[in-house]
Design a protein around this ligand. Structure first.
Ligand SMILES: *Cc1c(COP(=O)(O)O)cnc(C)c1O
Length: 466
C-alpha cells in the first residue's frame, strides 16, 4: 500500500512540537511516549486499511491525524481512571457510581489513620498485640443488641463466610422466591453455591409456606437462611410472624437461623414513613441467630460487610481462616468507626446516604429554583423545573419511591442522548437520566456545592451550541 508508506517514522514524530508540548509537564517516560505514538500510528494504519475514505489522505493529513490522536491518547493517559462525578440520577446508592458517599468526618479519620501508625492490632493497655475485630464490635453490639460481631470485606463475603464456616457439605434451606429475586442483580446465589453448602430451595417463586421448610428438614440440614431483597415477604405475609416461625422451627431442629439483610438498617426508617423494613435489632430480637449486611448501603459507610449475632457463632467465625482472607484494612475501620459513632450519637444527617434519603422536598425545590434563577441567560438550552421520583438503589428498598425535584434540559439542536454525553464529558462529569426525550437531573443526589458545577456545564454547553 502506497499510503502506508507515507506514515512518518516514530523518531520523526517524536520531534513534532505539538506532541512534545503534550508530553511536557506530564511526567511521561520516553518509553511510554513511544508507546502512545505507536498506538496513534496503529489507529491510522487501521483506518487506511479499513476505510475507503482514507485513500484520499495526503501525507500531511496522515501526519496531522497521528499527532491529533497521540495528543488525545496522552491526555487520556494523564487522566485518573477513578474520577469523582456528580450523581444527577437521583439514585442514592448507585452501584455503578460507588454506592454510599462517606461522611466528611469519616473521610478525615481515613486520612488520619492512613498517614499514621495506629492501634489497628495493638492494645494500648497491655502493650501487646490486639485484634482489629475489637475495634468496632462494641459499637455494633450496642447499636443492634447482638452478642458479638465481625467485619469482612463486603456482604457477599459475609454470606460466603457464614455458609462456608457452618454449612459446608450440609444443607441450607432457602426460599426459591428469594433466590430468584437476587439471581439477576447480585449473583449472590452463585456465591452461596461456591461456599460448598447444598442449597435446598423450597416453595415456589411467589409463595413459600412454613410447611415447605418443615418438610425440607432432614438429618443433613444445618441452616435456614432468609435473604432480604425486596418487600416480597413483607407484602405477602406479616414479616414478624414469618421470622418468628422460622426462628422457632430452626431452634426446634437445632439449626442455625441466618438472615442476609442486604442493607442492615441501624437507623429506624419507620418513624420517617419511608419504609417499614425492620432494623437489625428487631431481626435479632425476633430470633435470628446470625445476620449479615452491607456497610455501604443504608448504613452509609465504606465498603464492608458485618456479621452479627450469637457469640458462639461469631467466635467460630473469628477463628476461621477466612477471617484473614476477608479482613478489611485500617482505612475501612477508620471510616466505619466514625460512621458508627455518628449513628450512635443520632447525627445521621451527617451521613450523606441518610442525608439524601431524608432530604426535605422544600430543600430540593430551593436548590432547583436557585439553579433556574442563575441560568436565566441561557439561550440554546431549555431548562425547566420538574417533579420526579428518586430511588434508593443498591438493591435496597426497591418499593420506596421518594418524591423529588430536578431540572429537565433539552435543545432543538441536540438529542437527549447527545446532550447527556456533553454532561458526561464535562470536566467534572455529570451523570444524568433521560426521560421522555429530555435530560433530567434529579437534585436529591446533587450536593449544594455541586450546583455551581452543573451551572458551569449548562453554560458551557449553551455556548457550544451557538
Ligand atoms: C447487596 C446485597 C448483597 C451483597 O452485598 P455487598 O456488600 O455488595 O457484597 C448480598 N445480599 C443482599 C440481599 C444484598 O442486598
Amino acid at each position: 500500500m502506497q499510503l502506508l508508506r507515507q506514515i512518518p517514522p516514530i523518531h520523526e514524530l517524536l520531534k513534532d512540537e505539538r506532541i512534545q508540548a503534550s508530553f511536557q509537564n506530564g511526567q511521561i517516560s520516553y518509553e511510554q511516549t513511544k508507546k502512545l505514538i505507536h498506538e496513534g500510528i496503529e489507529q491510522i494504519r487501521e483506518q487506511i486499511l479499513n476505510n475507503n475514505q482514507a485513500h484520499s489522505f495526503t501525507r500531511d493529513e496522515i501526519r496531522n491525524q497521528i499527532v491529533e490522536t497521540t495528543i488525545l491518547l496522552v491526555a487520556q493517559y494523564k487522566m485518573y481512571n477513578l474520577q469523582p462525578v456528580i450523581n444527577g440520577t437521583g439514585t442514592i446508592l448507585h452501584t455503578n457510581l460507588g454506592r454510599a458517599r462517606i461522611a466528611p468526618k469519616a473521610v478525615k479519620r481515613v486520612v488520619d489513620m492512613a498517614k499514621s501508625y495506629s492501634t489497628l492490632e495493638y492494645d494500648l493497655h497491655t502493650g501487646r498485640r490486639g485484634s482489629r475485630q475489637d475495634l468496632i464490635e462494641s459499637y455494633i453490639t450496642e447499636l443492634t443488641g447482638a452478642e458479638a460481631a465481625i467485619v469482612v470485606n463486603n456482604n457477599a463475603a459475609a454470606v460466603y463466610m457464614v455458609l462456608s464456616a457452618f454449612t459446608q457439605n450440609t444443607e441450607t434451606i432457602v426460599s426459591r422466591g428469594e433466590l430468584v429475586e437476587i439471581g439477576g442483580s447480585f449473583r449472590v446465589s452463585s456465591i452461596m453455591e461456591e461456599s460448598g453448602t447444598k442449597l435446598k430451595e423450597v416453595g415456589t417463586t411467589n409463595k413459600t409456606h412454613l410447611f415447605d421448610y418443615e418438610q425440607a428438614i432432614n438429618e443433613n440440614t444445618k441452616m435456614i437462611m432468609k435473604v432480604h431483597t425486596s418487600n416480597f415477604y413483607i407484602s405477602g405475609f406479616t414479616s414478624s410472624v414469618e421470622r418468628n416461625a422460622l426462628a422457632h422451627l430452626a431452634q426446634q431442629n437445632n439449626l442455625i437461623y441466618y438472615e442476609d439483610l442486604g442493607s442492615g438498617l441501624l437507623y429506624d426508617l419507620q418513624q420517617t414513613g419511608i419504609s417499614d423494613e425492620p432494623v437489625v435489632r428487631t431481626v435479632l430480637d425476633e430470633g435470628a441467630g446470625l445476620v449479615s449486611f452491607s456497610v455501604d448501603k443504608l448504613l452509609g459507610g465504606p465498603q464492608a460487610g458485618i456479621i452479627a449475632g450469637k457469640k458462639k457463632y461469631i467466635d467460630q467465625l473469628k477463628k476461621h481462616q477466612l477471617a484473614r482472607v476477608l479482613r478489611v484494612d485500617k482505612m475501612t475501620y477508620a471510616a466505619l468507626e466514625e460512621t458508627l459513632r455518628l449513628t450512635r450519637m443520632g447525627e445521621v444527617d451527617e451521613i450523606p446516604t441518610l442525608h439524601d434519603l431524608l432530604k426535605s422536598q422544600k430543600q430540593i425545590i430551593e436548590d432547583v429554583q436557585s439553579l433556574l434563577e442563575s441560568s436565566r441567560n441561557v439561550q440554546n438550552l431549555k431548562i425547566e423545573q420538574c417533579e420526579t421520583e428518586s430511588k434508593v438503589g443498591g438493591g435496597t428498598l426497591p418499593e420506596v419511591k421518594l418524591k423529588s425535584y430536578g431540572i429537565k434540559v433539552s435543545s432543538r439542536l441536540l438529542t437527549a442522548r447527545s446532550l447527556s454525553e456533553l454532561f458526561r464529558k464535562h470536566i467534572k462529569p455529570i451523570i444524568v437520566r433521560i426521560e421522555q426525550g429530555k435530560v433530567l437531573v434529579d437534585f436529591r443526589t446533587v450536593q449544594t456545592e455541586e450546583q455551581e458545577e452543573i451551572l458551569k456545564a449548562i453554560k458551557a454547553i449553551d455556548t457550544q451550541l451557538k
